[in-house]
Design a protein around this ligand. Structure first.
Ligand code: ATP
Ligand code: MG
Length: 416
């Protein structure tokens, strides 16, 4: 029989990777927790309707990347492809509008998208995300951007660039959309067939296309950033002012298009040149229309999500501390097994990091293994009634102890 492998586009988190992830999680907790963001975890699957409404029917995610299934009773469920819509659903479901605003939440969760797998692009992946729901302020946007910059910095993500833009409000976008659509139809000859086919569905995507003719045509296209209503332009200027004051570098990119439909005003994306084609590390923006779209009353909100695997790919070495072992309990003879087991159990109960022999090695093999796992002390338990050989692995010295004084001896530490 052939062995079964993990599905395409998924991966196992092996212990060495798990240790790096734990460091990242710890950093995220510290950076976001310190700014008053509280952790939230939503279900792995949600009603499909949540993403259809909350991500947008015209997006790649909803059109072709969702894992959707029937729950067996005729209801359509979907493995979460992103975290913002679920967090907003939770905000509404739990009446969080009654709390002090903005409600600041963060998550580290797995997400699922049916995409062509490649380096940095998987079908199950993890994101750290932060959302501030209930504030329209430019300060909220700037704070969120700086928090992501801080996280990327503390994780050691290399060659980071920040692109920034504003999408204005829906009214401005609707007007601009008409202007852009007219421009695109008037220049169809210069556009790729794929772009032409999507003009009416999502004209902004034309800025994303990388074929040369489309790119050249788009150089003359009208820019949304030049059409912002005064209040939006003012909001954007304030965000920039705050980033400048914080000495956070960014590039203005009027063609920045986020993959989700619900953004308004501020949008941003961090990329790392240390990554190849999949250079996007994280991004987000303001989504003032989303909560209303999900059935709530109009509520301004802002947030971002960053890919865990891409952060780790673009990060240098992380200081992963090896798990220390205070005591390794060896057994001098098979009759010592029960005594050794009891000692290891008691040692752990006393708060020590203790391991015992589990593979039937010879005494010599056990000592070699204790050395391999980095044990500070080894207790060599004899048959019932006999003492314990107590060895300091640093000095190599060994003495005899009574079994009941071993733990106190380890707790006291220092060399023999
Ligand atoms: P991309 O343009 O690379 O497809 P995206 O715009 O779809 O990214 P978002 O939805 O904004 O990405 O998600 C935020 C971050 O999550 C991305 O910047 C990336 O780091 C990560 N991410 C998105 N999709 C995947 C995936 N399939 N595998 C691994 N990480 C991903
Ligand atoms: Mg994508």
């Amino acid at each position: 029989m052939s062995a079964i492998q993990a599905p395409r586009g998924t991966f196992d988190v092996l212990p060495a990777d798990a240790a790096r992830r734990a460091v990242l999680e710890d950093r995220a907790h510290r950076v976001l927790g310190a700014a008053g963001y509280a952790r939230i975890e939503t279900p792995t699957f949600e009603a499909t309707e949540l993403f259809a409404r909350g991500v947008g029917e015209s997006t790649d995610i909803v059109q072709k990347e969702m894992y959707t299934f029937d729950d067996g009773g005729g209801r359509s469920l979907t493995l979460r492809p992103e975290g913002t819509a679920p967090v907003c659903r939770a905000y509404l479901e739990h009446g969080m509008h009654k709390l002090a605003q903005p409600v600041k939440l963060w998550y580290l969760s797995s997400f699922y998208r049916a995409e062509a797998p490649q380096r940095g692009r998987y079908r199950q992946f993890w994101q750290v995300g932060a959302e501030a729901i209930g504030s329209p302020s430019a300060e909220t946007d700037a704070e969120l951007i700086l928090l992501l910059a801080e996280l990327l910095g503390t994780v050691g993500v290399r060659e980071v660039r920040l692109r920034l833009s504003s999408l204005g409000t829906p009214a401005t976008r609707a007007e601009y959309r008409e202007e852009l659509t007219a421009f695109l139809h008037a220049h169809e000859d210069g556009l790729s067939p794929e772009v032409v086919s999507r003009i009416d569905l999502n004209p902004m995507r034309a800025f994303d296309a990388d074929d040369r003719s489309t790119a050249a045509t788009m150089r003359d296209a009208p820019l949304l950033l030049d059409r912002l209503a005064p209040a939006d332009a003012e909001h954007f200027a304030r965000v920039r002012e705050l980033l400048d004051a914080a000495e956070q570098p960014y590039e203005l990119d009027p063609t920045l298009v986020r993959g989700l439909d619900y953004y308004a005003r501020t949008v941003f994306e961090f990329a790392s040149d240390a990554l190849g084609a999949q250079s996007g590390v994280g991004g987000g923006g303001r989504y003032d229309g989303l909560i209303e779209q999900l059935g709530g009353s109009p509520t301004p909100a802002s947030g971002w999500a960053a890919g865990v695997e891409r952060m780790l790919l673009a990060a240098g070495d992380l200081p992963v501390a090896a798990e220390a072992v205070d005591l390794f309990v060896a057994q001098a003879a098979p009759e010592a097994a029960s005594g050794a087991f009891a000692l290891a159990h008691e040692a752990r109960h006393a708060g020590l990091r203790a391991q015992m022999e589990l593979a039937g090695r010879s005494l010599k093999g056990q000592l070699r293994h204790a050395d391999r796992v980095g044990a500070r002390y080894v207790a060599i338990v004899g048959p019932p009634g006999e003492g314990v050989g107590f060895r300091d692995m640093e000095s190599g010295d060994q003495t005899e102890l009574e079994a009941r004084s071993v733990i106190a001896r380890v707790l006291r530490g220092s060399s023999l």
